[in-house]
Design a binder for this molecule. Structure first.
Ligand code: AMP
Length: 299
């Protein structure tokens, strides 16, 4: 089954202690759409400016990503730049230039409105709501968010939470949203705000799924070399919803395994700048890492 992915489609300039790479293909929707494309058909909803390199359009196409919902407008593509500290866990944002995102109103092609799976990747919650408003009756809606929206668009985010099935956020965001230090308790409090499923990401320490039936812990795939973790969270959620959409059976039954697939795709993302490594991956390489992860947690 296919997925609608909305989020940022960006040019990212990323600096790590070892290297600096300007204007790479990035954005939450780019990472998520490529990650999902290993498992199921993807429709990308976003906007780029007239400076967006044609080679990046070709990259989306190589992954079979449907681009009818990708608007191209005169002006500059959303540009984000960030710098990592030596430990690669701490990152500061150096610049966020909205460009064509400033006036973006996502408009869904008719062909997308009845798709069963929706990923509202990180973008202003008002835009996530705007997309959801256009969907007919999606089977499973997942949303991602970031601290910025907790700071400047909390009301919109709370309205969104009432309408989604699953919220994915990182541990510091879960604490900020609930005022609760313990992430397990924080996840429980987030259920009260709407989502039946809450997934708290903990970076290199994996992710925790919370549901009324219990918890599940998905480890991160252990890496001995992290080049650039930008987009790892987006790859996680993209791989996860891609696996759900591409697998028979009900979502509840498949969600745990989907998180493992998400973890594995995110691990590839961290091994190269931007989307460089993710785009080299094959389904077989993903399966190999899933098996290895399976061995690593068996006891
Ligand atoms: P992550 O590493 O998972 O936090 O995601 C990084 C991606 O988020 C980058 O590719 C950025 O282009 C994108 N991004 C950064 N800031 C924003 C923002 N304010 N809105 C939407 N996307 C953003």
């Amino acid at each position: 089954m296919s997925i609608v992915v909305v989020g940022s489609t960006a040019l990212d300039s990323i600096k790590t202690p070892k290297s600096e790479n300007p204007r790479l293909l990035g954005g939450s929707a780019s990472h998520a759409a490529v990650a999902a494309s290993f498992f199921s058909p993807v429709n990308l909803i976003g906007i780029v400016g007239d400076d967006f390199p044609e080679e990046y359009i070709e990259l989306y196409k190589r992954h079979g990503i449907e681009l009818e919902g990708l608007q191209r407008s005169p002006g500059k593509t959303f540009h984000w730049s960030g710098e990592y500290e030596v430990n690669m866990n701490n990152r500061s944002t150096l610049a966020t230039e909205l460009g064509v995102f400033e006036t973006f109103q996502p408009s869904l092609p008719e062909s997308c409105k009845e798709k069963p799976f929706v990923l509202l990747a990180n973008i202003a919650p008002a835009l996530q709501i705007h997309v959801l408003d256009q969907m007919k009756s999606p089977k499973f809606v997942v949303a991602d968010t970031m601290d910025l929206w907790l700071n400047i668009a909390l009301e919109d985010l709370l309205a969104l939470l009432k309408r989604i099935d699953c919220l994915v956020l990182n541990d510091s965001e879960a604490r900020q949203l609930t005022g609760e230090d313990n992430v397990i308790v924080a996840a429980k409090k987030i259920h009260d705000l709407g989502p039946e499923y809450v997934i708290v990401k903990k970076g290199e320490h994996g992710a925790v799924l919370s549901h009324e039936t219990g918890l599940f812990i998905a480890p991160a795939y252990p890496l001995d070399n992290v080049e650039d973790p930008t987009g790892a969270g987006d790859s996680f959620v993209g791989g996860m919803i891609g696996y759900l959409a591409g697998t028979e059976g009900d979502v509840h039954q498949n969600l745990r395994k989907a998180m493992i697939y998400g973890s594995v795709v995110a691990s590839f993302c961290c091994e190269g700048f931007g989307l460089k490594q993710t785009t080299q991956v094959t389904r077989q390489l993903i399966e190999d890492r899933v098996s290895r992860l399976n061995q690593l947690v068996a006891f």
